[in-house]
Design a binder for this molecule. Structure first.
Ligand code: SAM
Length: 329
């Protein structure tokens, strides 16, 4: 009999697990990690692939159907492809997606396709080479853009481009970024900046997505796209007749906590029910101490049950852990 025991106290069914496979990254995005060296987790502290697969298998037996592989930068972890291949063969998963900064993507496209990955999310906060270098600490815009176009040419679909919307930092590019959807089937998604304690950003870069949308609509109308069952938290729009979509993900101004179906597995083997709450449940210690599947399932179920109703930034009073790179954005 099919069971879905991953349900919280507020009757939310949790079927989506975001898995951070590494805390390492080849970029230093201003809003994500501090520019000074942050202590990296040792290899021993990071879950091995077979451990991640075991945890995912247990999650699937409890009702997880959707997985996103993230990081850090997932493509910097050695031997990611054989891991992904095993993942795509797991029965019970209906959706496997990858979030990447795109720097190493071009060389991975063929094997990713062969491994059965179709859905890509690529972070892209600027279309200007110099600004991209400033925001990420690395002059790799051309490589990332070439990878995006190559992925499109190879039939990856959907290709979602994630833009963190930041006042006085990239707000003069919103039109150009959204305009990509007029000629290509990309989904350009504006994500509200989350103040996660990063010291690199001057002033207050937060902009609500209502403001982003108003700015876009000063030039041209955006039509709502009818919602479908698989929609995540993005509010979806399109320019009339355009092949692509413009989306808005608004964790602060229109938080989606009441419909949140996500759990996270950190690179260090902790189950984290909410990105923006520091509460975590240790899986790696019992797993390495020989816990049975039933014992690990019990931790999963308890972690899911105790998922907070709303996240720290709106619930207030909590300092949110800034290690986005090991939690996985
Ligand atoms: N390295 C991959 C990448 O760049 O897409 C995956 C990890 S990254 C942490 C995942 C996502 O988190 C990116 O789209 C990034 O823009 C977003 N992110 C990180 N810090 C953020 C913040 N303070 N506010 C909003 N989004 C953030």
């Amino acid at each position: 009999m099919y069971k879905a025991p991953l349900q919280d106290r507020y009757r939310r069914r949790l079927n989506y697990l975001r898995v951070s496979v590494t805390d390492r990254c080849n970029l230093r995005c201003v809003y994500c990690v501090p520019r000074e060296t942050i202590p990296r987790m040792s290899h021993l502290e990071i879950l091995r692939y077979e451990e991640i697969l075991r945890i995912i298998r247990i999650g699937v037996s409890l009702g997880i159907t959707k997985i996103r592989i993230t990081g850090g930068e997932p493509l910097v972890r050695k031997d990611l492809l054989p891991f992904l291949e095993q993942l795509t063969h797991l029965e019970g998963l209906t959706d496997i997606a990858l979030t990447t900064n795109g720097v190493l993507l071009q060389d991975y496209l063929k094997p990713l396709q062969a491994a059965g990955i179709k859905r890509l999310n690529i972070s892209l906060d600027s279309l200007r080479r110099d600004r991209f270098a400033e925001l990420t600490g690395s002059d790799r815009f051309d490589r990332v853009w070439a990878a995006i176009e190559a992925a499109h040419g190879m039939g990856f679909n959907p290709i979602k481009l994630n833009v963190v919307a930041m006042r006085d930092i990239n707000d003069d590019e919103f039109h150009d970024l959204a305009a990509l959807t007029r000629t290509r089937p990309y989904h350009v998604r504006f994500i509200e900046y989350m103040p996660m304690g990063n010291p690199n950003l001057p002033g207050d870069p937060y902009m609500s997505n209502d403001e982003v949308r108003q700015r876009l609509e000063q030039k041209d109308i955006l039509e709502p796209v009818p919602r479908s069952g698989n929609d995540g938290p993005a509010q979806r729009f399109r320019y009339p007749g355009a092949p692509g979509e413009v989306g808005f993900i608004s964790p602060l101004s229109h938080h989606f906590c009441d419909t949140c179906n996500r759990l996270r597995l950190t690179a260090g083997g902790k189950l984290r029910p909410c990105l923006l709450s520091n509460q975590e449940f240790d899986l790696i210690t019992p797993l390495r101490a020989g816990a049975s599947d039933a014992e690990l399932s019990a931790i999963f179920i308890e972690g899911a049950r105790l998922k907070p109703m709303a996240h720290g930034l709106i619930a207030g009073g909590q300092k949110v852990d800034a290690r986005m790179s090991s939690i996985g954005g």
